[in-house]
Design a protein around this ligand. Structure first.
Ligand code: ATP
Ligand code: MG
Length: 369
């Protein structure tokens, strides 16, 4: 099931790049490139596909060792290595030479050609030779993929995505574990400009690369905030904003048949991310709130954000809804009793319903880079 899913995701990933066919062969997935295929793009797309641990550009030659030798003579010129190994595999047993014999013959050939030495463990270069039904596959340079699980193999989650650095990374990490992720963004338009909406849309567009289509729920949050500003003293505002976000996201998730939320919180990164405040936010929802970055350091999160392409968007200054009317020193150890008392002054259900009625949904579909 996982491999079938991976193959079907790869078919979407490589659309328009000149890949002729995608098929499964044992625990491998093969892609046949046309003569005019755009390898750089194929490489990028396969390299972004969740579930791909590593992949190779492989050459196909006729089923004879002389053809392999000719290929290696030209391809190994660009490689620097002192040690190497040959790993032959004969899936076509009608080929008369056994794998061991192929290893030995090709080993001596490469030694003579390059002066490098055979080393079975920890060689600089490993040359794979697969004897298949209609020829030989030869490959050697591994390219790392993201690993993990193919998207759509482990359910759907709903990620709360600000325009910041952390939450897009959290969403990407969930995709890497095989989850399809729907995105929800809270904005204070028209109290502030629409910059956070535009950023969220650009981030959704980038994340679409990893799951091929995406849905972004834009929730107007100004109504909730205006009520909170009137009733709630500054130190508690952020925690209450979060509780409302979680309530609204949970309601949206339930409408979508989704059973878990995702946030980009990391323990102790900011005042609202202390254990006490995380517990208060959790208590506002029934469904699990997953926090894939809880144990990550900021610099590690930034590294991933750069790698996946969200960083340059995330650092564009915006008017984020949560920077509105909050004090420099928010409460770090919120008290559940105080939160309950403050919320008893607010028409909680009405505010949630009102926001839900005004949600705007944007669809994103994968388009070639
Ligand atoms: P980020 O870098 O993701 O903005 P942060 O370090 O700024 O995170 P907070 O501002 O405390 O942290 O937000 C914590 C989490 O709450 C975010 O990671 C995100 O999941 C959610 N969140 C915050 N603001 C919004 C928003 N405007 N829309 C949707 N989710 C939000
Ligand atoms: Mg933020």
């Amino acid at each position: 099931m996982f491999i079938r899913r991976l193959a079907s995701n790869l078919r979407r990933a490589i659309k328009g790049t000149g890949v002729e066919r995608v098929w499964q062969q044992h625990l491998m997935i093969c892609l046949a490139l046309r003569e005019d295929a755009d390898w750089d793009t194929v490489r990028q797309r396969v390299g972004d596909c969740m579930g791909v641990a590593k992949f190779y550009l492989s050459y196909k030659v006729a089923a004879e060792l002389d053809a392999v030798k000719e290929l290696l003579r030209s391809e190994l010129k660009t490689h620097q290595f002192d040690t190497f190994r040959i790993t032959a595999h004969r899936s076509n047993k009608r080929f008369p030479i056994k794998s061991d014999a192929i290893n030995r013959e090709m080993g001596s050939f490469v030694e003579e050609l390059t002066g490098a030495k055979v080393r079975l463990k920890g060689a600089d270069l490993e040359v794979f030779i697969d004897v298949v039904n209609d020829g030989m596959l030869v490959y050697f340079d591994p390219i790392q993929g993201p690993g993990g699980m193919p998207v759509d193999s482990s359910g759907t989650t709903m990620a709360l995505m600000s325009g910041g650095i952390d939450s897009p990374v959290a969403a990407w990490q969930m995709m890497r574990r095989g989850s399809r992720v729907k995105l929800v963004h809270f904005h204070s338009h028209p109290l502030v400009d629409s910059s956070s909406i535009e950023k969220a849309a650009e981030l959704a567009e980038i994340l679409t690369r990893y799951q091929y289509d995406a849905e972004l729920f834009l929730v107007p949050f100004a109504g909730v905030q205006q009520r909170i500003i009137v009733e709630v003293p500054p130190p508690y505002r952020v925690v209450l904003y979060r509780r409302f976000m979680v309530r609204i996201a949970e309601a949206l998730a339930l409408q979508q048949g989704i059973a878990a939320l995702v946030t980009g919180e990391s323990l102790a990164q900011v005042a609202s991310q202390t254990l006490e405040n995380i517990a208060i936010v959790d208590a506002a929802a029934q469904m699990p709130i997953l926090r894939p970055l809880i144990g990550s350091n900021k610099n590690d999160i930034v590294d991933i954000a750069r790698q996946i392409g969200t960083f340059p968007i995330s650092i564009i200054p915006d008017q984020d809804c949560c920077s509105l009317f909050v004090p420099r020193h928010p409460v770090t150890k919120g008290s559940p009793r105080v939160v309950d008392r403050l919320e008893s002054l607010l028409p909680v259900d009405e505010l949630v319903q009102d926001a839900l009625e005004k949600v705007e949904i944007r669809q994103f579909a994968y388009s070639p880079r």
